[in-house]
Design a protein around this ligand. Structure first.
Ligand code: ADE
Length: 225
C-alpha cells in the first residue's frame, strides 16, 4: 500500500511515521509513505498557500492552486483508489472505514490547515471526507496519522500476532472484553475464575457476554447501528 500525505507542515508527522509499527511496516515493505509539503507547490517567492475567504470571514483558507498542482502531479504518476480529505465537517471515521481503506493500493490524504480549504478542491478532487471526531483540531495532521495508524495495523504481517487485530475492540462492532495477565491474584484482586479454567468454549462465551455488557454500559449507541 502506498500513502501520500499532503500537508502544510509535513515535518510534524515525521516522528510518528518513523516509530513503532508504522516504521516496521515500512521496513518490511508492507507500506510506503510519502510526505508532500504544500509550500513546495506555491508559485510566489514567499511560498503562500493560503488566502482570505471571499465574502469576508475570520481566518485564511488553503487555496486551490498548490493543492491542485500537487494532487494532479501525483495522479499523473499512478491511479489512486481514494483521495481523502480530513476535516471536522465530515462523517466520523469508523473501524469499518479503516478496514475498507486497509484493502486499497494507493491513497492520498490531504490535511487541512488554517480555517479550511477552498470548496472547489472538495468538489472536484476529493473522493472521501472523514472526521476523527466531533471536536476541532488546528490541522489535519493528527487525523491523517490516526488514519494511517489504524489502517497500517490491519495490513497482514504489520503486527506480530495477526490474530490480535481481529479481536480488537470495535472489530465486530463491540468493545473488547476485560483482559488480565499474571499474577492471577495481585494484592487480593483476583482474575475471574473462568479465565483460569482452560475451558476455551466457556471462556469465549464469557468474553462475548462481557463485550456485550461493556458495550451496553459505555457505548450503547454501537448496539443500535
Ligand atoms: N481537522 C481539524 N479537526 C479535525 C477533525 N476532528 N477530524 C478531521 N480533521 C480535522
Amino acid at each position: 500500500m502506498r500513502i501520500d500525505i499532503i500537508s502544510a507542515v509535513p515535518e510534524s508527522m515525521e516522528s510518528m511515521l518513523n516509530s513503532s509499527i508504522i516504521y516496521n511496516a515500512k521496513n518490511k515493505g508492507l507500506i510506503e509513505i510519502f510526505l508532500h509539503n504544500l509550500h513546495d507547490y506555491a508559485l510566489d517567492k514567499f511560498r503562500h498557500i493560503d488566502d482570505a475567504p471571499f465574502g469576508g470571514a475570520a481566518g485564511m483558507l488553503l487555496k486551490c492552486q498548490p493543492i491542485f498542482d500537487c494532487i494532479e502531479k501525483l495522479k499523473s504518476q499512478r491511479n489512486y483508489d481514494e483521495i481523502i480529505f480530513v476535516t471536522p465537517d465530515a462523517p466520523v471515521l469508523t473501524q469499518s472505514d479503516c478496514n475498507k481503506i486497509s484493502l486499497l493500493n494507493n491513497i492520498i490524504i490531504l490535511c487541512g490547515h488554517y480555517k479550511g480549504i477552498d470548496q472547489r478542491i472538495r468538489n472536484t478532487l476529493i473522493t472521501l471526507e472523514l472526521s476523527i471526531g466531533d471536536y476541532v483540531l488546528t490541522g489535519g495532521e493528527i487525523p491523517a496519522l490516526v488514519i494511517v495508524d489504524s489502517v497500517v495495523r490491519l495490513i497482514p504481517e504489520a503486527i506480530g500476532d495477526s490474530e490480535s487485530a481481529l479481536d480488537d475492540s470495535l472489530m465486530d462492532g463491540l468493545l473488547e472484553s476485560p483482559q488480565y495477565t499474571r499474577p492471577s491474584n495481585y494484592k487480593g484482586y483476583a482474575v475471574p475464575e473462568i479465565l483460569l479454567s482452560g475451558n476455551h468454549k466457556e471462556i469465549a462465551k464469557w468474553r462475548n457476554e462481557q463485550s456485550l455488557i461493556k458495550t451496553k454500559n459505555i457505548r450503547p449507541d454501537l448496539l443500535n447501528e
